[in-house]
Design a protein around this ligand. Structure first.
Ligand SMILES: Nc1ncnc2c1ncn2[C@@H]1O[C@H](COP(=O)(O)OP(=O)(O)OP(=O)(O)O)[C@@H](O)[C@H]1O
Length: 727
């Protein structure tokens, strides 16, 4: 009888909530219809009217398009909660705020202050809330309601556990099959996560948490939260989101739009330097050196090296007269140009102007001309003289960041000069052919160089006294051929000039993007960044407003962080704060235990981590002579079971040398094969980890690999398991 009464109440609860939710979707449809109509009307007007009218119309069209995109994006799970307050008030919480035509609020945005209690109220600390209701919907249909009764007496009577808010809704979300795209967690954000999401925007917030503790989810929701609360400030400067790889960015690219936000720029570190393609991986030895802060001094010295003083004074004939490029003049003019404090390529104009002035003066004195007109004419002659231009270029050579780096790492004499502070064996590690492709560790160096070099001449329209690309390339060739301080005759230079020229490849178009500064920067997998990479990010946000999430136990980069204070203190001094997330929402308890036991044995700095779920049969280990065929067989078995059921993702994580054989044995692109590093930040229903001892050459790599599955970890090996791993 009691049960029946319960069921009836549940059904009537559902029906009542369905009515409310229907009303919300009706309002959503109305708003979408209005925005559609307005956009249609604007488009109908066509491109007529004054330029001002047109640009106003364009602005409105963009506004309506954005609004429609926002309303479309919140269709799924528009409303997911209800709060009943002690004073009898009740309101619904959803992805966006909605009001009716009379401005009566219908739905409260999850980011609004009033909605905070939905995530933070507990039985011990209920605030004004007596009941929190979670609504589960499929499409527009309400399929379940679940109440957290926060009235302590009622709660005690029910003997309920208050550890996880909305446990049913949470466990349903955690148990859902993975699709390969990350979803938002807005309906089930937990209290410790909410505190991070809503933390004030000042300074740097560092969030340390074990695998699956929701760092990525929290970082994305915080970006949405900050955009909502500081819209004016952030919309003009933007929010930058840095992720470890393009695969990872694809994995998360759905989340912000589903939260109604399209205003963040997400990219990798390399994506911040336009025109640079990172295609190579380099040995740890050189990557580690390139990550050190002292590389900023190396780059500085390399740039400075392009400002040269000739070994001897040099005579140049102009229209039958001789002028002398004097070493003392060059030194003096360089000093003056440097004191202006502009970047190298931009300061070159001052140096060139100064030198042209000095040479003109020599002609003026020789010819004894006194009229301004004659003087101006002579100056033009000097400026237009090719030999003069070449000589000036040799003393102050404009150069792109890419070329600077290629030269620096391929020419021992340049490296010896610029990187004097490094021991010889470390300099040797940096040497590589000039045509070698760029690596990830080069990116911050390119950015540093771009900062010191500034715009290439002609980047924003060439001035008359600036050299052409051909002249620059030519002078560069000369320097490449003759090395340090190479003085060659004007005739030799001219002869080579005829031999054809190459254009410099400068990513000028995107230059203005490179120097853009953001209102807030969110960094994911932040433990991987080197000190040089941090320098690069600090330039992107002079206000030092950062959200930094990562796990120092998962660090795989040799130049990365193993202890936050070591990295953060020099960057932010006292302006940073550390928070921890302690519950893993991804991995089942048995996987968490196995991974943590291994990590502790390998002396990784693991944080405390509890798993939110216990699942049976969550781990398995198979030893076999043929790990390739065995792994492929196991992966197929799971994939087939998923195909026959309600879906799910299977992935294989293995050392790179086994990838070819594994792909062949799998025979289908439907099951992805990753290295441990490639799998970073991703998750799968089943992860098949092959030859863990080999992956464990870098213990952080194995820790990452073991913590990818949401349901089952399969370990396959021919070699013995690494120490500390027991399944
Ligand atoms: N409060 C929550 N409600 C529902 N799902 C959650 C919640 N918190 C996290 N998750 C889910 O747990 C999984 C792991 O989250 P996430 O990838 O953000 O963790 P992470 O800490 O970044 O992990 P890693 O260190 O491995 O990169 C994701 O599927 C995420 O959606």
């Amino acid at each position: 009888m009691a049960n029946e009464r319960g069921l009836t109440a549940e059904r009537s609860g559902l029906a009542a909530e369905q009515e409310v939710v229907d009303g919300l979707y009706t309002r959503l449809d109305e708003l979408r219809g209005e925005a559609d109509d307005r956009l249609g009307a604007i488009r109908k007007e066509g491109p007529s009217g004054s330029p001002q009218n047109r640009s106003e119309r364009d602005a409105f069209a963009t506004l309506y398009e954005d609004r429609i995109a926002q309303l479309d994006a919140v269709e799924d799970r528009l409303c997911f909660g209800r709060l009943d307050l002690r004073d009898g008030d009740r309101f619904y919480v959803g992805r966006i705020g909605l009001s009716d035509a009379e401005h009566v609020p219908l739905l409260t945005d999850w980011r609004a202050p009033a909605a905070r209690a939905f995530y933070s109220a507990t039985a011990a600390n209920p605030g004004p809330v007596v009941n929190r209701r979670h609504l589960t919907t499929q499409g527009r249909r309400v399929t379940a309601v679940e109440d957290d009764v926060l009235d302590v007496d009622a709660l005690r009577e029910m003997g309920a556990d208050e550890a996880l808010a909305g446990e049913g809704a949470l466990l349903a979300a955690l148990g859902a099959r993975r699709t390969g795209r990350m979803g938002d967690i807005v309906a089930t954000i937990q209290a410790e996560q909410d505190a991070v999401i809503r933390a004030p925007m000042t300074g740097a917030l560092v969030v340390q948490g074990g695998p699956g503790s929701g760092k990525t989810a929290v970082a994305l929701h915080r970006a949405a939260y900050l955009l909502y609360h500081h819209r004016e400030q952030l919309e003009s400067r933007g929010v930058l989101l840095i992720g470890p790889s393009r695969t990872f960015l694809r994995y998360i690219d759905h989340v912000l739009p589903s939260l109604g936000e399209t205003g963040a720029v997400s990219t990798t570190l390399a994506g911040l330097v336009p025109g640079v393609d990172v295609t190579a991986v380099e040995p740890d030895g050189s990557a580690e050196i390139k990550g050190r802060t002292l590389m900023s001094d190396v780059i500085k010295a390399a740039v400075r090296e392009r400002q040269r003083v000739p070994r001897a004074d040099k005579e140049i004939r102009i229209d039958g007269r001789t002028v002398v490029i004097k070493r003392s003049d060059v030194k003096d003019a360089q000093g003056r140009a440097r004191r202006e404090g502009r970047p190298h390529n931009e300061a070159r104009a001052s140096f060139a102007k100064d030198m042209i002035g000095r040479l003109t003066k020599q002609l003026v004195e020789q010819l004894e001309v006194y009229s301004d007109e004659d003087r101006i004419e002579l100056e033009r002659d000097v400026r237009d003289d090719r030999n003069v231009r070449i000589a000036i270029n040799l003393c102050w050579l404009p150069i792109t960041p890419q070329q600077l780096l290629r030269d620096l790492f391929s020419k021992p004499h340049l490296l010896d000069h610029a990187a004097r502070m490094l021991p010889e064996h470390e300099r040797d590690l940096l040497l590589r052919p000039s045509a070698a492709p760029f690596t990830e560790a080069d990116v911050p160096l390119l950015d540093e160089a771009a900062e010191l070099l500034g715009e290439m001449p002609g980047g924003r329209g060439r001035r008359p006294d600036e050299p052409s690309d051909e002249e620059i390339q030519y002078a560069k060739d000369v320097l490449d051929t003759f090395g340090d301080g190479g003085m060659v005759t004007a005739e030799a230079l001219a002869a080579r000039m005829k031999g054809g020229t190459a254009r410099l490849s400068v990513a000028e178009r995107a230059r203005s993007d490179r120097t853009w500064t953001y209102g807030h920067v969110v960094v994911d997998e932040a433990q991987e960044l080197s000190p040089m990479a941090w320098r690069m990010l600090m330039r992107r946000c002079p206000t030092r407003s950062f959200t930094i999430v990562g796990d120092v136990a998962q660090t795989t980069s040799v130049a990365g962080t193993r202890w936050w204070p070591e990295t953060m203190d020099p960057l932010f001094q006292t302006g940073w704060e550390l928070r921890e997330l302690t519950i893993s929402y991804r991995i089942p308890a048995a996987v968490a235990d196995a991974a943590q036991t291994y990590a502790r044995a390998a002396r990784l700095p693991v944080s405390e981590l509890r798993a939110a779920r216990e699942l049976d049969d969550a781990t398995a280990s198979t030893r076999h002579r043929d790990p390739i065929a065995t792994a492929a067989g196991i992966a197929h078995r799971h994939a087939d079971a998923f195909a026959g059921g309600d879906g799910g993702l299977v992935a294989v994580i293995a050392p790179p040398r086994l990838h070819g054989a594994l792909r062949k044995a799998l025979g289908t692109p439907a099951i992805d094969v990753y290295t441990a590093r490639e799998s970073k930040g991703l998750e799968f229903d089943v992860a098949v980890v092959v030859e863990p001892a080999e992956i464990a050459e870098r213990p952080g790599d194995l820790y990452v690999a073991l913590t990818r599955p949401t349901r089952r970890l399969e370990v396959v090996h021919a070699e013995p398991l690494p120490q500390g791993l027991a399944l």
